[in-house]
Design a protein around this ligand. Sequence first.
Ligand code: TYD
Length: 198
Amino acid sequence: MKLNSLFIVLDGGDGAGTTTHSHLLKGFLENKDFKVHLTREPSRNKIGVLLREFLRNKDIPATTDALLFAADRDLHYHNEIKKKLDEGYIVISDRFIESSIIYQSVQSNKISIDWIKQINKFVGKPDLTIILDIDPKIALARKTDKALEKFEDIGFLNKVRHLYLTRAEQEGYCIVNTDDIIELVQEKIQNIVIAKLD
Ligand code: TYD
């Protein structure tokens, strides 16, 4: 078993495939004999469970969402991610701070990216952030669950996509377009991770 702590985040708009590709990446790295811990946000702790409920509720102020996502992340990072990294695991998180920066700042003009960074400032930075990109029209057409969450709206997701791409360029994140055969997309992600591990 290889010990090699690395914190990887897959992020992107709804329907871009962060969940599918996080699972496939975990399998790929385990086959290479790495210890891998897969997690996600909203997390599995009580704040994360509350946030999943709030994703169906349009009456929650964007500021409340932002503060709860930050609290969820703080707990998630210190009680789970950091511990696994210290034990030598590769941690893959399906979404992390970039989701808050993008979704909550698009949700409300009152919310600045700087403020989101401030309230999230006690969590560690990922070593590698990969942005999965998809046209929201294709993403929403892929959805089988007809009960849409509050962010699953084409106009909103177009703004989300634009901001992900702008920030990825500013921050030097890798962008992978996911409108292709899953195996080919996954191979691109694996190559980015392997290059980072090397
Ligand atoms: P998603 O990851 O798409 O999970 P599922 O496919 O199980 O519904 O849903 C999470 C939603 O939460 C997504 O719309 C993005 C949103 N979100 C934020 O707005 N801010 C955040 O900080 C995080 C982590 C997620």
